[in-house]
Design a protein around this ligand. Structure first.
Ligand SMILES: *[C@@H]1O[C@H](CO)[C@@H](O)[C@H](O)[C@H]1NC(C)=O
Ligand SMILES: [Ca+2]
Ligand SMILES: [Ca+2]
Length: 356
């Protein structure tokens, strides 16, 4: 009897060990832990004044680029004690230089921790609104600003809502409305780690307007970047640990209907869309294990991918830039504008590149 119990116990322990071992293999697969990228450089130089990352960048049709900098995010490196800042840069200028935006209004700047951003131009009067995910004390809220020439943001509103609980990125679709991704389900790190290794798809995309707030897409593992097609008919979401870009069709009443997923083979962060061609540009983490276990001797690399003809039967995914981390660590975003490309990162620098 005692011997049988011992055998059963041994079998149970072995099965549990095998299960944990399997889950760690799964985690290494998710993080692409053994992947190395080939270096593929463009003609680039570092942007001035950007030393602590530019997690998100977006470009208006007239060539003005906005950058969110200095993100502090649990589990990821950060080398500045200062609050985050916003910058603006004119891509039509022969030597584009980021200028810090002055923030006016009631926002607490000492806890400002900007993350995903999105710009919205009101066709009625051409006024520009900048939407910024902010994590003061690691909570989540969305700030809406109006951009005023040349270097001022006027804070209009802070939006907090229980459905906006772990916001990574947003895409504005009106002067006060947007879609947002929640990138994790549990605030608690241990519980969230379990969700990831158990491969549970518990995350969602939320639509917000002053009239209604609701989940519009769910069953995702870790939605990160989000953006919209130039004709505003499709929403693109990067499910970062699935290594896929999900395409949704926008339907009446701001419903999202799943259309398809495009495999990208990398952990893609933010999404930018070329205003003219509709090409989808992705700033990706080629090996996320190197990002979470940050080691300056073996730094996390950078990878920029482009998807052409995303709505066709055969979207083409191409590698546009790759680095092993010696030039740029942990790329998060690639924003194209008429033959130029801005590449931002979690905690490192940002690049200004010429395409072709
Ligand atoms: C996805 O979108 C394409 C392009 O509009 C369309 O042709 C196709 O039928 C859609 N597929 C699904 C499953 O909705
Ligand atoms: Ca964004
Ligand atoms: Ca992001």
């Amino acid at each position: 009897m005692a011997a049988t119990k011992k055998v059963l116990l041994a079998v149970a322990v072995a099965a549990f060990a095998a299960f944990i071992g399997y889950k760690f293999l799964k985690l290494k697969e998710i993080l692409l832990a053994s992947r190395e990228v080939p270096v593929k450089h463009l003609s680039c130089h570092y942007l001035q004044n950007i030393e602590y990352g530019a997690e998100d960048i977006t470009v208006l049709k007239d060539g003005l680029a906005f950058l969110s900098t200095g993100l502090k995010f649990p589990g990821l490196p950060s080398f500045s004690d200062e609050p985050g800042k916003m910058y603006v840069l004119d891509l039509l200028h022969p030597k584009p230089t980021p200028v810090e935006l002055q923030i006016k209004g009631g926002l607490d700047l000492s806890s400002f921790n900007p993350h995903g951003i999105s710009a919205y131009t009101d066709e009625a009067d051409d006024s520009v609104y900048l939407f910024v995910v902010n994590h003061p004390q690691h909570s989540s809220q969305v700030e809406i600003f109006r951009y005023v020439e040349k270097d001022t943001l006027i804070h209009l509103k802070t939006i907090k809502h229980p459905l906006l609980y772990s916001v990574n990125d947003i895409v504005a679709v009106g002067v006060e409305s947007f879609y947002a991704t929640n990138d994790r389900y549990f605030h608690n790190d241990a519980l969230q780690f379990l969700v990831v290794i158990m491969d549970l798809a518990l995350c969602d995309v939320v639509f917000y307007s002053p009239h209604e707030v609701r989940v519009v897409a769910s069953g995702m593992r870790a939605p990160n970047g989000i953006n919209i097609s130039p004709d505003k008919r499709y929403i693109y979401v990067s499910d970062i640990i699935d290594h896929e870009i999900d395409v949704y069709e926008r339907q009446e009443g701001e419903r999202l209907v799943y259309n398809k997923s495009v495999a990208v083979g990398s952990l893609c962060d933010n999404i930018e869309v070329d205003h003219k061609t509709g090409d989808v540009w992705l700033g990706c983490h080629p090996n996320a294990m190197k990002l979470t276990n940050y080691d300056p001797e073996d730094p996390p690399g950078s990878e920029v991918l482009r998807i052409k003809n995303i709505h066709s039967q055969q979207p083409a995914v191409t590698l546009e830039y790759a680095d092993n981390g010696r030039v740029l660590m942990a790329s998060t975003v690639a924003a194209p504008y008429e033959g130029k490309l801005l590449i931002g990162s979690v905690f490192h620098k940002a690049l200004y590149c010429l395409l072709k």
